[in-house]
Design a protein around this ligand. Sequence first.
Ligand code: SAH
Ligand code: F3S
Length: 441
Amino acid sequence: MAKKLFIKTHGCQMNEYDSSRMRDLLGDSHGFETTQNEEEADLILLNTCSIREKAQEKVFHQLGRWKKLKEKNPNLKIGVGGCVASQEGENIIKRAPQVDLVFGPQTIHRVPDLYKDITEAKPASVDITFPKTEKFDFLPEQNIDGPTAFVSIMEGCNKYCSFCVVPHTRGHEISRPIDDILKEIKGLSLQGVKEINLLGQNVNSYRDSKLKTKGLGLTNLIRASAQIEGIQRIQFTTSHPFEFGQDLIDIYLEVPELISYVHLPVQSGSNSILEKMRRRHTRDDYLEIIEKLKTARKGISISSDFIVGFPGETEDDFLDTLDLVDRVGYDESFSFIYSPRPNTTAKDLEDDVPLEEKKNRLSVLQHKLENSALNISRKMVGETRKCLVTGVSKKNPGEFQARTENNKVVIFSCSDQSMIGKIVDIEIVEAKNKSLRGVAA
Ligand code: SAH
Ligand code: F3S
C-alpha cells in the first residue's frame, strides 16, 4: 500500500508552491500519496511562516497536537520546513523532540533523502543551508491542477526592509536561468495551463544569470512567456515600488496577456515611516508609478500590503496612509499590525504606539480598504468581462469559478464542464464582498 503524506502549509504563495513541489518530489521518489487526513499519515510536513510572531506561535501549538498522533503510530515521521525552520534550526527539535526532520526553503529538494535517512533509524536530520546549486535543478515537472500555475522565477530578497525577516530566512536573491523558466512554462502549457503567475519575493529584481546587462530582466521574461503558445494570461507576484522601472510600465502597453492587476505593496503612506522602514522610495514616487500604470492600462486594479503601528507611527502618519488609500483606490489588499521580528533592525526601535491604538488603526484601515475594493466591484456590475474559468466553485460545487481580467473572482452557473480553462464572456450581475456573481453571456 502506498505511504500517505499530509502537508500543512502556513504563509505565502512561495510556501504553497514549495509544498506542492514537495508533494511531487515525494510522490516520485517514495511513492507517497497525499492525504487530507493527518491521522492516517506516515509522514507529516509542516511548511511554516515566520513573517509575524503569531504565525510562528502556531507552529509549536500544531506540533504539540501531532505529538499525540506519534504516540498512537510510532512509525509516523514529522518534518518542519519553511521560514521558522530556517530561523530556528535545531532549536525546533530541542523544543519539540517529536520532530524528525528540519529543512529550509532552499533545501526542499533534499527532503526525499532526509526522509530515507530517518526511516533507516538514523537520528533526526537538520538541513537549513542555502546551497549554491539551485533547488530547481532537482525538482520534477509540476503536476498541474487546473488552468493556472505558479512558476517560481527567483527566490530570496536583498532589500532588508527594517521590519522584514525574509532576507534572513529565505536568503539572498537567486534568479533562475530564463531558458529553464521558459521550458517549464512550455511544459505547463502542454498540460493545459492558460495562466501563469511568475512568482518570487521580489520579482522586479529578476536577472537572468546569463544576461550581462542589468535591468529589463522581468520584462524580457514576460515578453518571452507571452510568445509561448497557449499562454493567454500572465501575472507576477510580488514586486517592489523601488526598481519598478519605465520598462515594467511600458510592458502593459505591449503585452495584452499581462492581466490588468498588480500587487504593489506600499506598507505606509507616510514618508517618515517609509524611511524608517527602509523602503527606498517616497509616497510621491509610489503615486507616480500608480498614475503611470493607470495611464498605460485603463482599469488596472492595484492591490497592496500595509503595516500599521510601526514604531513611532503618529496619528498624522496614519492619516497619510488613509489619504494614500483614497488616492490610489485599491482593490483587495492585506493589512497587518507591526510585529517585531528576530534579526531585523526595526526590532530595536522604541515602540511608543499602544496596542489598543494599533488595533484601532488596523480596523479603520481595513474598513476603508474593504469599501475601496467593493467600489471597484460595484462599478463592474452590468458590464460583460472576459473571464478565465478556473474551476468548480469551492463553496458550491454546482457552480463555476472564473477570474476577470482584473483578477476578481466571479461565480456563475453553467452545466458545461468543458468550460474550465476557457476564456468566456460573463456579465457581472452582483458585487459581493469577496467575489462577483455573473451570468455567462
Ligand atoms: N515582497 C514580499 C513581502 C513579503 S512579506 C512578498 O512576497 O510579498 C508580506 C507582507 O507581510 C509584507 O508586504 C508586509 O506587509 C507584511 N510584513 C512583513 N513583515 C512584517 C512584520 N514584521 N510585521 C507585520 N507585517 C509584516
Ligand atoms: Fe521583505 Fe522588503 Fe524583501 S518586505 S521580502 S525585505 S522587499
